[in-house]
Ligand binder design. Structure first.
Ligand code: ZN
Ligand code: ZN
Length: 170
């Protein structure tokens, strides 16, 4: 959503809200933004300093890193940046977003702020037991008999290779 700063000629604040479509955005090999991404904020002019404050939120779709259970994580970020037309402006204490002309794209600020909140992995619970490396059963839900003869992962690789060779002989 483009915000037109010329509105500040009539008012000290520009309130706005919008929705970003990130459904095609790929992150960590998945497309996790299948829920609407909504944002709302206000641009204020205080003694010629333009400031944007607001919030962006969505529900992040991912899977438990251990057991692959689908997870929906509420995600949100607060935004507080100074808008500057001066490219040399570097915020020392405040974040500065550089703009040109009289308008800017709100998503250019809100989307990166939201993505910063994403963790690399999520677990369904801290002590998730994950999947059995041998039979693939969910160890949170059931107990398999593989545990007793704990498979050596190197042996598993070897077994896979042998399987492959047998396949080729056919
Ligand atoms: Zn899990
Ligand atoms: Zn098992």
């Amino acid at each position: 959503m483009k915000i037109d700063l010329r509105k500040l000629a009539y008012s000290d604040t520009i309130p706005f809200s919008g929705t970003a479509d990130l459904s095609d955005e790929t992150l960590y090999g998945a497309k996790p933004f299948q829920s609407p991404v909504t944002y709302s904020g206000t641009v204020t002019n205080q003694l010629d300093v333009l400031r944007l404050t607001g919030e962006v939120k969505t529900t992040y779709h991912t899977c438990c890193a251990r057991c692959l259970k689908p997870l929906q994580i509420p995600l949100s970020a607060d935004v507080d940046v100074v808008l500057s037309r001066n490219a040399a402006d570097e915020g020392e204490e405040e974040e500065v977003f550089h703009i040109e002309g009289n308008e800017f794209e709100a998503e250019d600020i809100f989307v990166p702020a939201l993505i910063l909140q994403v963790d690399m992995i999520y677990l369904c619970r801290q002590d998730c037991k994950g999947l059995c490396p041998s039979c693939g059963c969910n160890l949170n839900e059931s107990v398999c008999s593989c545990g007793s003869k704990q498979a050596d992962p190197r042996m598993a690789v070897l077994a896979k290779l042998l399987e492959g060779n047998e396949g080729r002989q056919d």
